[in-house]
Design a binder for this molecule. Structure first.
Ligand code: NPQ
Ligand code: MG
Length: 375
């Protein structure tokens, strides 16, 4: 098979409520979807597949952002992929290797090709990756709020909906108090964890150690993305397990961080690491080193959500992920809605990622569509 072209579809998705983290407040998600069209396969001409870019609108969470991802795809990735004679999922990363970084842009292109290739071969993504579950346990990420009563309200609603794990976003000034309040209201049995999105420094170790009595599952990414050694030192000063998110850019980075003692749990986000193939390698390396992993989230529409559910069904994903129902973020999704049922969501079992954007719905949310012809 060869690449016929990539369509870049920008969609503007209003969030059901503002999502505040230590790096900013989001009220809508301006996301890039990519449709890959492949030709020349046994399944005939024009097989297509979808991927969703994890890059946020602004470069405040990571160096990547939507407009930048679209630019590098259009200017470099399309010509690089056009020259691949036998395009397969495994051929994408080597073809793009000469471009440094840009993992979220690489991930969305690899995923769109992977989806098309799997559809042509009739294979569901979950089966391709080595999934062992038909449903996955779902957690929810709860943003920083203006007040504790507001937070307790939100957590109470998520627990009523059935979420099996709560993750509180924290930052200096919003850490011990919200955790204590949630424990006092909802008890010690609620699986609870926190995510700082790099908001602390090693000087804050005594403050972070104050979270120890609350029996948290983990503290996610307390320190800077590049501060792996700092996390190793912090891990010696607090009892709560350290989990890395932003720092883990590859399977090699994961192995190094674990060996250094910087983390004992890993958040896997396919966008951040360049795609689902690298995500599976992280899963494998962590399993070999006895480190549990879980699937993170980037406020995905149903396109990204579908693929994440397949990944979260792998055996090493032993902790509930941020694989929430579509309604956690969107009143209306571009795909059929993913609905939480008994704290779980079924893993799509149709070929590829297993879902398609609904054409009319996509047309309503799309702000621009550009088809880039290969060759
Ligand atoms: C995390 N996600 O685990 C991220 C952070 C995050 C579900 O907590 C736009 C796009 C806004 C991506 C805000 C969750 C975002 C974003 C937060 C990712 O660190
Ligand atoms: Mg995180």
């Amino acid at each position: 098979m060869k690449l016929a072209g990539l369509e870049l579809v920008r969609v503007a998705m209003p969030l059901v409520s503002p999502f505040r983290t230590s790096f900013g407040t989001e009220t809508s998600r301006d996301v890039l979807l990519v449709r890959a069209v492949l030709t020349g396969g046994a399944a005939g001409d024009g097989v297509e597949g979808w991927g969703e870019c994890a890059a946020p609108d602004d470069p405040f969470y990571s160096s990547e952002y939507t407009e930048g991802a679209a630019a590098v795809i259009a200017r470099w990735f399309v010509p690089m992929l056009a020259s691949v004679r036998e395009l397969s999922p495994e051929a994408v990363a080597p073809a793009l290797e000469r471009v440094k970084g840009h993992r979220m842009a690489k991930a969305v292109v690899e995923t769109a090709v992977l989806d098309a290739w799997l559809r042509a071969h009739g294979i569901p993504l979950a089966r391709f990756l080595g999934a062992v579950r038909e449903r996955v346990d779902c957690g929810v990420s709860v943003g920083i709020m203006d007040s504790i009563p507001q937070l307790l309200d939100a957590v109470g609603r998520y627990l009523d909906e059935g979420y099996v794990r709560i993750k509180l976003k924290i930052e200096p000034g919003w850490d011990v108090d919200p955790v204590r309040a949630v424990r006092e209201r909802f008890g010690d049995d609620v699986p609870l964890q926190v995510d700082a999105n790099t908001a602390y420094t090693l000087h804050d170790a005594p403050q972070l150690a104050k979270l120890d009595p609350f029996g948290l599952l983990l503290i996610e990414q307390p320190l800077a993305e590049e501060d792996v050694a700092g996390h190793a030192e912090l891990a010696r000063r607090v009892r709560t397990p350290i989990c890395l998110d932003e720092s883990i850019l590859s399977a090699r980075a994961a192995a190094d961080a674990i060996r250094l003692g910087a983390c004992s749990i890993v958040n896997v986000k396919p966008g951040r690491v360049g795609g689902y193939l690298e995500s599976r390698r992280i899963h494998d390396v962590c399993a070999a080193m006895g480190v549990p992993v879980w699937c993170g989230g980037m406020l995905e529409t149903g396109v990204g959500r579908a693929a994440n559910l397949a990944l979260a069904a792998l055996p090493g994903f032993t902790l509930p992920g941020d694989t929430s129902g579509s309604r956690r973020y969107y009143a209306e999704d571009v795909t059929p809605e993913f609905v939480l049922d008994g704290g779980t969501i079924p893993v799509p079992d149709a070929p590829g990622i297993g879902v398609d954007p609904i054409p009319d719905t996509l047309a309503r949310f799309a702000t621009s569509r550009t088809f880039l012809t290969a060759g």
